[in-house]
Design a protein around this ligand. Structure first.
Ligand SMILES: Cc1ncc(COP(=O)(O)O)c(C=O)c1O
Length: 384
């Protein structure tokens, strides 16, 4: 039997990561849902994750009837603070989500040790951390499973898209079985729109044009004229009827092309991060030291600025590509946080980071000139 493009993308991604099983989905959040469901997360269970994330990462927990439990972050790596992890575990805890924020690996030794003591599975959120390593081992190979995103802003893009990976044959079988019974197929219209969007992205989106393109894209999404990464109905924890959707063939073909050039992508991102480090050092900016155990590949380069609002407001005029992740503990700022069990003050260091951090591009369309322009702009805004 011939294997189609989706199967080939799954196989090539699994081979690159060095795991046995990969399942491609419409989005990363769907991959997360598939994993949590296969781990039998359900009513009354608790799932631990950092209080510095995207609400799309919390929805799958709520869809399954479980309760998200937020842990504050380490202010340097933006990952969950492992010294706070154990005290959040209760008899209801079912899963720990280790989100490798911006690409900085979590303290996996400590997380795995705590999880083992409590007999809990760890699921790695690798949506921002393609190719990052902790003590020489690639993120996504530590826990019971991992999920990945191929949305526009992610390490590589299939337009939108996601993947679930695992080395555990029993878990893989459960994911396969749920997919077999319940997975929706993407409609033809969405697939065609997405392929046009990918073409536009390839031709026109560069660091100087990103701000304008993002505003236009958001407007078109609201009008239903493009396939948006998220819709306003995803700002309430109610699952859409066709949420559990697989990947389309066009997305998979785009994914296959990216996997072939993955090492060049990762190399470029490491180089960009080194350039930012150097330029910021030269500008007397205090760049926090990352533990030696971590070899991050940054999807975006985070910096704390004195006036985030001003930075975001003035960046388009200065032709600088500024990212706002994360605008609040459950990005974006429009999230009705009370519906997700988050109350102000729960994660003070995450809230501080939300007020201060902007992020700069490391993607293959950014280069040394992008870095110099961005750093000049940032240093003018001033440090937090
Ligand atoms: C940390 C993190 N995890 C998961 C997701 C969800 O990925 P996707 O947009 O592919 O569903 C996002 C955001 O988009 C994210 O920022």
């Amino acid at each position: 039997m011939s294997v189609g493009s989706i199967g080939r993308f799954e196989r090539s991604f699994a081979d690159w990561l060095g795991v046995d099983h990969a399942f491609a989905f419409w989005k990363g959040r769907v991959a997360m849902y598939a994993i949590l469901k296969a781990l039998d997360v359900g009513d009354g269970d608790e799932v631990i994750l950092p209080g510095y994330t995207c609400v799309m990462d919390v929805n799958p927990i709520k869809y399954l009837g479980a309760k998200p439990v937020y842990v504050d972050i380490d202010p340097i790596t933006y990952n969950l603070d492992v010294s706070l992890l154990e005290e959040t575990i209760t008899p209801q805890t079912k899963v720990i989500v280790a989100q490798h924020t911006y690409g900085y690996p979590c303290e996996m030794d400590a997380i795995m040790a705590i999880a083992a003591r409590h007999d809990l599975p760890v699921v790695e959120d690798c949506c921002l951390a393609l190719g990052s390593k902790y003590k020489g081992k690639t993120c996504g190979t530590f826990g019971a499973a991992a999920y990945w995103s191929f949305q526009w802003n992610k390490p590589f893009t299939t337009g939108i898209g996601g993947m679930a990976t695992t080395h555990d044959p029993a878990l893989a079988e459960k994911i396969r079985s749920h997919c077999h019974k319940e997975l929706h197929r993407p409609g033809r219209k969405a697939a065609v729109m997405l392929s046009i969007q990918r073409m536009i992205y390839r031709l026109f989106i560069y660091p100087r044009t990103t701000a304008l393109a993002t505003s236009l894209f958001r407007w078109l999404t609201r009008k239903g004229l493009v396939v948006g990464s998220s819709s306003t109905c995803e700002l309430v924890p109610e699952m859409a009827e066709d949420f559990f959707k697989g990947m389309g063939r066009g997305q998979a073909r785009a994914g296959l092309r990216h996997v072939r050039k993955i090492e060049a992508n990762l190399h470029h991102r490491r180089e960009m991060a080194r350039t930012y480090d150097r330029l910021l050092h030269e500008a007397d900016w205090n760049v926090p030291p990352i533990p030696q155990s971590m070899e991050p590949v940054l999807v975006r380069y985070p910096v704390r600025v004195a006036d985030k609002q001003r930075a975001v407001h003035e960046a388009p005029g200065a032709k600088v590509e500024i990212g706002t992740w994360f605008e609040c503990p459950l990005h974006p700022i429009e999230t009705p946080m009370h519906l997700y069990g988050y109350q102000d003050g729960m994660c003070p260091l995450a809230e501080k980071a939300c007020r201060e951090v902007v992020n700069l591009p490391t993607h293959p369309r950014a280069n040394g000139k992008t870095a110099r322009r961005s750093v000049a702009f940032i240093t003018d805004i001033g440090k937090a």
